[in-house]
Design a protein around this ligand. Structure first.
Ligand code: PMV
Length: 319
Protein backbone atom coordinates (compact mmCIF):
# COMPACT_ATOMS: atom_id res chain seq x y z
CA UNK A 1 0.00 0.00 0.00
CA UNK A 2 1.21 3.50 -0.85
CA UNK A 3 0.89 6.36 1.60
CA UNK A 4 0.32 9.97 0.66
CA UNK A 5 1.70 12.57 3.04
CA UNK A 6 0.46 16.13 2.95
CA UNK A 7 2.58 18.82 4.66
CA UNK A 8 1.87 22.50 5.13
CA UNK A 9 4.69 24.92 5.86
CA UNK A 10 5.12 28.68 5.98
CA UNK A 11 7.84 30.80 4.36
CA UNK A 12 10.76 32.04 6.40
CA UNK A 13 11.35 35.79 6.08
CA UNK A 14 14.91 36.78 6.96
CA UNK A 15 15.39 39.97 8.95
CA UNK A 16 19.15 39.44 8.85
CA UNK A 17 19.77 37.98 5.40
CA UNK A 18 21.55 34.91 4.22
CA UNK A 19 23.28 35.77 0.96
CA UNK A 20 26.29 33.78 -0.22
CA UNK A 21 27.52 30.24 0.28
CA UNK A 22 30.43 28.99 2.33
CA UNK A 23 30.25 25.75 0.39
CA UNK A 24 28.21 25.45 -2.79
CA UNK A 25 28.45 21.66 -2.78
CA UNK A 26 27.05 21.31 0.74
CA UNK A 27 24.89 24.44 0.43
CA UNK A 28 26.25 25.96 3.63
CA UNK A 29 25.45 29.64 4.19
CA UNK A 30 28.29 32.16 4.36
CA UNK A 31 26.30 34.57 6.53
CA UNK A 32 24.12 34.04 9.59
CA UNK A 33 20.40 34.62 9.14
CA UNK A 34 17.75 35.55 11.65
CA UNK A 35 14.20 35.03 10.45
CA UNK A 36 10.54 35.02 11.27
CA UNK A 37 8.21 32.29 9.99
CA UNK A 38 5.22 33.89 8.30
CA UNK A 39 1.78 32.85 9.53
CA UNK A 40 -1.12 33.22 7.08
CA UNK A 41 0.76 32.26 3.90
CA UNK A 42 1.63 28.69 3.12
CA UNK A 43 2.86 25.93 0.86
CA UNK A 44 0.98 22.63 0.69
CA UNK A 45 2.93 19.65 -0.62
CA UNK A 46 1.72 16.09 -1.25
CA UNK A 47 4.24 13.29 -1.63
CA UNK A 48 3.91 9.62 -2.60
CA UNK A 49 6.42 6.96 -3.56
CA UNK A 50 6.60 6.62 -7.37
CA UNK A 51 8.47 4.96 -10.23
CA UNK A 52 10.57 8.04 -10.90
CA UNK A 53 11.18 11.43 -9.29
CA UNK A 54 8.79 14.17 -10.39
CA UNK A 55 7.79 17.52 -8.97
CA UNK A 56 4.89 19.78 -9.88
CA UNK A 57 4.69 23.33 -8.61
CA UNK A 58 1.32 25.04 -8.93
CA UNK A 59 0.33 22.43 -11.55
CA UNK A 60 3.49 22.76 -13.72
CA UNK A 61 6.29 20.18 -13.91
CA UNK A 62 9.61 21.59 -12.66
CA UNK A 63 13.18 20.40 -13.35
CA UNK A 64 14.37 18.14 -10.55
CA UNK A 65 18.11 19.06 -10.68
CA UNK A 66 17.78 21.39 -7.73
CA UNK A 67 16.12 18.66 -5.65
CA UNK A 68 18.60 15.91 -6.43
CA UNK A 69 20.93 16.42 -3.42
CA UNK A 70 17.90 16.29 -1.10
CA UNK A 71 16.44 13.18 -2.75
CA UNK A 72 19.84 11.46 -2.71
CA UNK A 73 20.27 12.22 1.01
CA UNK A 74 16.74 10.96 1.77
CA UNK A 75 17.35 7.70 -0.12
CA UNK A 76 20.62 7.27 1.75
CA UNK A 77 18.95 7.86 5.13
CA UNK A 78 16.25 5.33 4.27
CA UNK A 79 18.70 2.83 2.77
CA UNK A 80 16.22 2.35 -0.09
CA UNK A 81 16.35 3.22 -3.76
CA UNK A 82 12.93 4.86 -3.88
CA UNK A 83 11.57 7.75 -5.94
CA UNK A 84 9.14 10.51 -5.08
CA UNK A 85 6.21 12.15 -6.76
CA UNK A 86 5.54 15.59 -5.27
CA UNK A 87 2.83 18.14 -5.96
CA UNK A 88 3.19 21.51 -4.35
CA UNK A 89 0.91 24.54 -4.32
CA UNK A 90 1.54 27.94 -2.80
CA UNK A 91 -1.27 30.25 -1.74
CA UNK A 92 1.01 33.15 -2.76
CA UNK A 93 3.04 33.85 -5.97
CA UNK A 94 5.88 31.34 -6.44
CA UNK A 95 9.51 32.30 -7.25
CA UNK A 96 8.67 35.97 -6.96
CA UNK A 97 10.87 36.84 -4.00
CA UNK A 98 8.40 35.73 -1.37
CA UNK A 99 10.62 33.03 0.07
CA UNK A 100 8.64 30.25 -1.62
CA UNK A 101 11.77 28.11 -1.79
CA UNK A 102 11.99 28.14 2.02
CA UNK A 103 8.48 26.79 2.58
CA UNK A 104 8.55 24.62 -0.56
CA UNK A 105 11.76 22.77 0.27
CA UNK A 106 10.78 22.45 3.94
CA UNK A 107 7.40 20.91 3.05
CA UNK A 108 9.03 18.58 0.53
CA UNK A 109 11.66 17.43 3.04
CA UNK A 110 9.21 16.72 5.83
CA UNK A 111 6.70 15.00 3.52
CA UNK A 112 9.37 12.76 1.93
CA UNK A 113 10.83 11.84 5.33
CA UNK A 114 7.32 10.92 6.54
CA UNK A 115 6.58 8.84 3.45
CA UNK A 116 9.82 6.94 4.10
CA UNK A 117 8.90 6.63 7.80
CA UNK A 118 12.27 8.07 8.77
CA UNK A 119 12.61 8.74 12.46
CA UNK A 120 14.25 12.18 12.28
CA UNK A 121 14.12 15.10 14.70
CA UNK A 122 13.65 18.76 13.66
CA UNK A 123 17.40 19.38 13.52
CA UNK A 124 18.02 16.46 11.13
CA UNK A 125 15.09 17.58 8.98
CA UNK A 126 16.38 21.16 8.98
CA UNK A 127 19.77 19.92 7.84
CA UNK A 128 18.19 17.88 5.02
CA UNK A 129 16.01 20.81 3.92
CA UNK A 130 19.13 22.99 3.75
CA UNK A 131 20.47 20.80 0.95
CA UNK A 132 17.67 22.14 -1.26
CA UNK A 133 17.59 25.72 -0.01
CA UNK A 134 19.38 27.19 3.01
CA UNK A 135 16.37 29.32 3.93
CA UNK A 136 14.27 26.11 4.05
CA UNK A 137 16.34 24.97 7.03
CA UNK A 138 14.59 27.81 8.94
CA UNK A 139 11.05 26.98 7.71
CA UNK A 140 11.26 23.76 9.72
CA UNK A 141 10.38 25.82 12.78
CA UNK A 142 7.70 28.32 13.69
CA UNK A 143 8.40 31.62 15.41
CA UNK A 144 11.87 33.15 15.20
CA UNK A 145 14.81 31.16 13.88
CA UNK A 146 18.55 31.36 13.49
CA UNK A 147 20.74 29.68 10.90
CA UNK A 148 24.38 30.39 11.80
CA UNK A 149 27.05 31.11 9.19
CA UNK A 150 28.38 27.73 8.05
CA UNK A 151 25.57 26.05 10.03
CA UNK A 152 24.08 22.78 8.86
CA UNK A 153 20.74 23.26 10.64
CA UNK A 154 18.61 26.14 11.91
CA UNK A 155 17.17 26.37 15.39
CA UNK A 156 14.20 28.04 16.95
CA UNK A 157 14.99 31.03 19.17
CA UNK A 158 11.42 31.82 20.21
CA UNK A 159 8.08 30.19 19.46
CA UNK A 160 5.22 31.90 17.59
CA UNK A 161 3.65 33.05 20.86
CA UNK A 162 6.71 35.19 21.70
CA UNK A 163 5.54 38.27 19.80
CA UNK A 164 1.82 38.00 18.99
CA UNK A 165 1.51 41.70 18.06
CA UNK A 166 4.10 41.54 15.29
CA UNK A 167 2.76 41.78 11.74
CA UNK A 168 4.32 41.70 8.30
CA UNK A 169 2.43 43.52 5.55
CA UNK A 170 3.54 42.02 2.25
CA UNK A 171 3.21 44.43 -0.66
CA UNK A 172 3.02 42.38 -3.85
CA UNK A 173 4.27 44.72 -6.52
CA UNK A 174 4.53 41.99 -9.18
CA UNK A 175 3.12 38.50 -9.72
CA UNK A 176 5.81 37.54 -12.23
CA UNK A 177 8.53 35.00 -11.41
CA UNK A 178 11.86 36.72 -10.74
CA UNK A 179 14.19 36.97 -13.75
CA UNK A 180 17.17 35.36 -11.99
CA UNK A 181 17.15 32.73 -9.21
CA UNK A 182 18.71 33.53 -5.84
CA UNK A 183 21.19 30.69 -6.38
CA UNK A 184 22.50 32.17 -9.65
CA UNK A 185 22.46 35.69 -8.25
CA UNK A 186 24.41 34.61 -5.15
CA UNK A 187 27.09 33.07 -7.33
CA UNK A 188 27.28 36.19 -9.49
CA UNK A 189 27.60 38.38 -6.39
CA UNK A 190 30.41 36.21 -5.04
CA UNK A 191 32.23 36.05 -8.37
CA UNK A 192 31.84 39.61 -9.62
CA UNK A 193 30.82 42.04 -6.86
CA UNK A 194 33.75 43.93 -5.26
CA UNK A 195 31.46 44.45 -2.25
CA UNK A 196 30.95 40.75 -1.56
CA UNK A 197 33.72 40.47 1.07
CA UNK A 198 32.51 43.63 2.82
CA UNK A 199 28.98 42.21 2.76
CA UNK A 200 30.12 38.98 4.45
CA UNK A 201 31.97 40.89 7.16
CA UNK A 202 29.12 43.26 7.83
CA UNK A 203 26.39 40.60 7.76
CA UNK A 204 28.08 38.87 10.71
CA UNK A 205 28.24 42.17 12.59
CA UNK A 206 24.51 42.77 12.20
CA UNK A 207 23.55 39.58 14.01
CA UNK A 208 24.19 40.66 17.61
CA UNK A 209 22.23 43.94 17.45
CA UNK A 210 19.38 42.03 15.78
CA UNK A 211 19.36 39.36 18.49
CA UNK A 212 19.40 42.01 21.17
CA UNK A 213 16.50 43.87 19.54
CA UNK A 214 14.50 40.64 19.26
CA UNK A 215 15.27 39.82 22.86
CA UNK A 216 13.68 43.14 23.87
CA UNK A 217 10.91 42.91 21.25
CA UNK A 218 12.10 46.36 20.18
CA UNK A 219 10.61 46.85 16.71
CA UNK A 220 12.50 50.07 16.01
CA UNK A 221 15.88 48.52 16.79
CA UNK A 222 15.02 45.32 14.91
CA UNK A 223 13.63 47.24 11.95
CA UNK A 224 16.74 49.42 11.80
CA UNK A 225 19.00 46.35 11.53
CA UNK A 226 16.67 44.60 9.08
CA UNK A 227 16.75 47.65 6.83
CA UNK A 228 20.56 47.72 6.88
CA UNK A 229 20.68 44.01 6.11
CA UNK A 230 18.53 44.13 2.97
CA UNK A 231 20.02 47.45 1.77
CA UNK A 232 23.56 46.12 2.01
CA UNK A 233 22.63 42.81 0.40
CA UNK A 234 21.12 44.67 -2.55
CA UNK A 235 24.10 47.05 -2.67
CA UNK A 236 26.37 44.02 -3.15
CA UNK A 237 24.00 42.76 -5.88
CA UNK A 238 23.97 46.10 -7.65
CA UNK A 239 27.77 46.12 -7.71
CA UNK A 240 27.90 42.74 -9.52
CA UNK A 241 28.82 42.61 -13.20
CA UNK A 242 26.39 42.80 -14.90
CA UNK A 243 24.52 44.64 -12.11
CA UNK A 244 21.67 42.71 -10.51
CA UNK A 245 18.60 44.78 -9.83
CA UNK A 246 15.41 43.10 -8.60
CA UNK A 247 13.60 46.31 -7.76
CA UNK A 248 10.77 47.74 -9.86
CA UNK A 249 9.57 51.35 -9.80
CA UNK A 250 6.69 50.23 -7.52
CA UNK A 251 9.26 48.67 -5.13
CA UNK A 252 11.03 52.01 -4.73
CA UNK A 253 7.72 53.80 -4.24
CA UNK A 254 6.80 51.45 -1.35
CA UNK A 255 10.25 51.84 0.24
CA UNK A 256 9.85 55.62 0.14
CA UNK A 257 6.34 55.41 1.55
CA UNK A 258 7.65 53.33 4.47
CA UNK A 259 10.07 56.13 5.27
CA UNK A 260 7.20 58.64 5.17
CA UNK A 261 5.13 56.37 7.43
CA UNK A 262 7.98 56.22 9.95
CA UNK A 263 8.28 60.01 9.85
CA UNK A 264 4.59 60.06 10.75
CA UNK A 265 5.31 57.96 13.84
CA UNK A 266 4.40 54.46 12.59
CA UNK A 267 6.82 51.54 12.79
CA UNK A 268 6.84 50.57 9.12
CA UNK A 269 10.21 48.83 8.61
CA UNK A 270 10.60 47.35 5.16
CA UNK A 271 12.73 44.44 4.02
CA UNK A 272 13.29 42.86 0.59
CA UNK A 273 14.58 39.52 -0.65
CA UNK A 274 15.69 38.44 -4.12
CA UNK A 275 12.66 39.92 -5.82
CA UNK A 276 10.62 43.10 -6.12
CA UNK A 277 8.17 42.49 -3.23
CA UNK A 278 8.37 44.63 -0.10
CA UNK A 279 7.62 43.19 3.32
CA UNK A 280 6.81 45.73 6.00
CA UNK A 281 7.41 44.91 9.64
CA UNK A 282 4.93 46.64 11.95
CA UNK A 283 2.60 46.12 14.89
CA UNK A 284 -0.96 44.79 14.72
CA UNK A 285 -2.37 48.18 15.80
CA UNK A 286 -0.69 49.84 12.79
CA UNK A 287 -1.75 47.43 10.04
CA UNK A 288 -4.87 49.36 9.06
CA UNK A 289 -3.17 52.74 8.77
CA UNK A 290 -0.18 51.29 6.89
CA UNK A 291 -2.35 49.25 4.51
CA UNK A 292 -4.51 52.28 3.75
CA UNK A 293 -1.49 54.45 2.95
CA UNK A 294 0.12 51.80 0.73
CA UNK A 295 -3.13 51.16 -1.10
CA UNK A 296 -3.62 54.90 -1.66
CA UNK A 297 -0.06 55.14 -2.97
CA UNK A 298 -0.67 52.33 -5.47
CA UNK A 299 -4.20 50.91 -5.85
CA UNK A 300 -2.73 48.03 -7.94
CA UNK A 301 -0.72 46.70 -4.97
CA UNK A 302 -1.96 43.44 -3.50
CA UNK A 303 -1.42 43.38 0.26
CA UNK A 304 -1.14 40.25 2.39
CA UNK A 305 -0.94 40.56 6.16
CA UNK A 306 1.12 37.87 7.89
CA UNK A 307 1.69 37.23 11.57
CA UNK A 308 4.29 35.07 13.30
CA UNK A 309 3.61 31.54 12.07
CA UNK A 310 3.89 27.92 13.16
CA UNK A 311 6.20 25.17 11.96
CA UNK A 312 5.20 22.33 9.59
CA UNK A 313 1.94 20.43 10.01
CA UNK A 314 1.50 17.06 8.27
CA UNK A 315 -1.14 14.40 7.78
CA UNK A 316 -0.99 10.99 6.09
CA UNK A 317 -3.54 8.84 4.30
CA UNK A 318 -3.37 5.38 2.75
CA UNK A 319 -4.07 5.33 -1.01
O1 PMV B 1 17.35 29.82 0.35
P1 PMV B 1 17.46 30.50 -0.97
O2 PMV B 1 18.46 29.87 -1.86
O3 PMV B 1 16.13 30.67 -1.65
O4 PMV B 1 17.99 32.00 -0.69
C1 PMV B 1 17.29 32.91 0.14
C2 PMV B 1 17.91 34.24 0.08
C3 PMV B 1 17.11 35.38 0.70
O5 PMV B 1 15.73 35.10 0.67
C4 PMV B 1 17.35 36.65 -0.12
C5 PMV B 1 17.57 35.68 2.12
C6 PMV B 1 17.13 34.71 3.21
O6 PMV B 1 17.88 34.60 4.18
O7 PMV B 1 16.06 34.11 3.11
Amino acid sequence: MNTEVLCRTSPSLALVKYWGKKSSRKNLPATPSLAVTLGGVQTETRVTIAEKDSIQLDGEAVAIDRFRPLFTALRKAAGRKVHFRAESVNDFPSSAGLASSSSGLAALTVACARVLELDLGPEDLSSLARLGSASAARSLFGGFTLLPAGGTAARQLYGPEYWPQLRIVIALVSHKAKPISSRTAMEATRDTSPYYRAWLRNAAELLDPALEALDKRDIEALGTVARLSYSRMHAALLAASPPLLYWLPATVAVIRECRALREDGLSAWETLDAGPQVKVLCLESEVEAISERLQRLDPALKLIVASVGEGPVCESREL
